[in-house]
Ligand binder design. Structure first.
Ligand SMILES: Nc1ncnc2c1ncn2[C@@H]1O[C@H](COP(=O)(O)OP(=O)(O)O)[C@@H](O)[C@H]1O
Ligand SMILES: [Mg+2]
Length: 428
C-alpha cells in the first residue's frame, strides 16, 4: 500500500504528494512536493511534517490533531496557510489519509497538498468587492430615505407659496382694471415674498443634498469677522434694522479663519431665526467676541420664547421645526441642520444657550487667524515671515465686490486675502 502510493506520487507534479511514518516524519517526497514547498528529497526525508505549518498552527497542535483525525476517520481534509522553505506562505488544500497494512495496522500517512493561493486570493478580493458593494448599497439606501423625506416635505412646502402665487395672479388678472395701484403693489409684494420662500426652499434642499453626499467644498482663508457681521446685519435686518444691534469686537476688525461665504450663510440663518422667532418689538443682538482662546465667537441673542433643554439637540436635526404652538413663520426646518454642517465643515462649531421664556443665544465659533495677519491692499499678508517654498494663494481682486457675499453671488466672488489655511496645514 505504502509502495503503491509512492509510485503514484512520482508521476504527479500538480500536487505535493508524500508519505509520513506513524509519528509524522517524512518518508517519501515527490517532484510536485519539491516544486510546491521548495525542499529537495534529500533535505526533507526524515524531517517532521509540522515544519510546513505556520508557528501559530504548530503551537495550537494542529499537525497532531490532523493525524489523529485521519486515524479516527480514515482521512481528513483541511484548508489553511502553509509555509514554504523560503518562508513564504501559500493557501493549501490538504488531504491526509491513514495508510494501513493488510491486517489493518497503521503504517503511516499519505498526504496530498494542492496550492489554492490563487483561488484564495480570488475569493478574498471577491469578498472585498461584495463588502464594498454592500456599503455602497447601504449608503444609497440612506440617501434614498433622505430623498423620500425631502420629496414629501418639499411637495408639502411648495404648495403653500404656489397657492398664494396662483391666487394673487388670478386676482390681478381678473381685477386688473378695478384694483388700485396700492392693491396691485401689495399683491406684487406678497408674490415676491412667496417667490423668496420658494427660492430659499430650493437653496436649502440643494445644500442638504450637497452636505449629505459630501459634495460641499470649503475655501478656507482669513477674513474680517467684524466686517462680515456688519454685512450680515445689512443683508438680513432690512426693515427690521432698528431691532438689530451689532456689537463689534474691541479692535473692530478681528480676523477669523474659515469659508467667508459659508460663514455668512451660517450667520444669516441664525439672525433670521432670532428675528423670526422673537416678538416684533424685541431687540436682537449680534456680537463679535474676540476670545482669549484663539477663537472668534459670533453670538446671536434674542428675547424670544427660548428653546427647552430637551429640544436643544433636536432643533439641529433635519426637518425639525417649531411646534405649531411656537411657530414663527414657515421655515423648512433645514436651516440649523445646514448651519451646523457648514460650521463644522469649515473647522468651527455651533452651540446654543437658552432657557424657556428667557430668549436664546446661538454661538458660532471659528478659529482666529494669526493676530498679526492682515490682508493688505494688494492681498498680501504682512506680519508673518515667508518661508522658502511656501505657497501663498491670491484671489482675483474685485473692486465692485459688495461688502457681503450675497446668495446670488454664491461661488462667484471671493475676498482677496491670502489663504492662511493652506499655509498652516504645511506645518507638521
Ligand atoms: N432663536 C430661536 N428661538 C427659538 N427657537 C428657535 C430659534 N432658532 C431656532 N429655533 C427652533 O429651531 C427650529 C429649527 O430651526 P431651523 O432649522 O432654522 O428651521 P426653520 O427656521 O425652518 O424652522 C425652529 O423651527 C425653532 O423651533
Ligand atoms: Mg431657520
Amino acid at each position: 500500500m505504502v509502495e503503491r502510493f509512492a509510485l503514484l506520487a512520482g508521476a504527479a507534479t500538480e500536487y505535493a504528494i508524500f508519505t509520513l511514518d506513524v509519528q509524522g516524519f517524512i518518508t517519501s517526497w515527490n517532484p510536485g512536493a519539491q516544486r510546491l514547498k521548495g525542499y529537495t528529497e534529500d533535505e526533507i526525508i526524515g524531517q517532521h511534517f509540522s515544519r510546513f505549518y505556520p508557528p501559530e498552527a504548530v503551537e495550537a497542535g494542529r499537525p497532531e490533531q490532523l493525524l489523529a483525525l485521519a486515524v479516527a476517520d480514515g482521512s481528513v481534509e483541511d484548508e489553511g496557510w502553509r509555509v514554504r522553505k523560503d518562508g513564504t506562505r501559500f493557501w493549501a488544500d490538504v488531504v491526509i489519509t491513514a495508510l494501513r497494512g493488510p491486517d489493518g495496522d497503521l503504517r503511516g500517512f499519505g498526504k496530498v497538498t494542492k496550492d489554492l493561493t490563487h483561488r484564495k486570493r480570488h475569493e478574498d478580493s471577491l469578498r472585498a468587492v461584495l463588502e464594498r458593494e454592500r456599503e455602497v448599497a447601504d449608503r444609497l439606501r440612506a440617501m434614498d430615505r433622505t430623498k423620500d423625506e425631502i420629496l414629501s416635505v418639499v411637495a408639502h412646502d411648495l404648495r403653500g407659496p404656489l397657492a398664494v402665487l396662483d391666487g394673487l395672479l388670478e386676482t390681478l388678472d381678473d381685477g386688473w382694471a378695478d384694483l388700485s395701484s396700492e392693491q396691485k403693489r401689495d399683491a406684487i409684494r406678497r408674490m415676491a415674498s412667496s417667490t423668496a420662500r420658494l427660492r430659499s426652499l430650493v437653496n436649502d434642499v440643494m445644500d442638504v443634498t450637497r452636505i449629505d453626499t459630501g459634495d460641499l467644498r470649503y475655501d478656507i482663508a482669513a477674513f474680517d469677522a467684524d466686517a462680515l457681521a456688519a454685512s450680515v446685519v445689512d443683508d438680513v435686518a432690512g426693515t427690521d434694522s432698528t431691532r438689530v444691534r451689532l456689537e463689534r469686537s474691541p479692535t473692530g476688525s478681528t480676523m477669523a479663519r474659515g469659508d467667508e461665504r459659508r460663514a455668512w450663510q451660517v450667520l444669516v440663518n441664525l439672525l433670521s431665526n432670532a428675528l423670526k422667532f422673537s416678538p416684533l418689538d424685541s431687540p436682537v443682538e449680534l456680537r463679535v467676541v474676540d476670545t482669549d482662546t484663539r477663537e472668534v465667537r459670533f453670538e446671536v441673542e434674542d428675547r424670544g420664547p427660548g428653546v427647552a433643554a430637551e429640544d436643544q439637540q433636536r432643533i439641529f436635526e433635519k426637518f425639525s421645526r417649531a411646534r405649531a404652538a411656537t411657530a414663527g413663520g414657515e421655515g423648512t426646518g433645514l436651516g440649523l441642520y445646514i448651519a451646523r454642517s457648514l460650521a463644522s465643515g469649515q473647522g468651527g462649531r455651533i452651540q446654543v444657550e437658552s432657557e424657556l421664556g428667557q430668549g436664546s443665544t446661538f454661538m458660532f465659533v471659528l478659529p482666529k487667524a494669526s493676530d498679526d495677519v492682515r490682508p493688505t491692499e494688494s492681498g498680501e499678508l504682512e506680519g508673518e515671515p515667508k518661508r522658502a517654498g511656501q505657497r501663498t494663494l491670491h484671489a482675483v481682486q474685485d473692486p465692485e465686490r459688495r461688502s457681503s457675499p450675497r446668495p446670488d453671488a454664491r461661488g462667484q466672488r471671493r475676498r482677496s486675502v491670502a489663504s492662511v489655511g493652506a499655509r498652516r496645514r504645511e506645518k507638521p
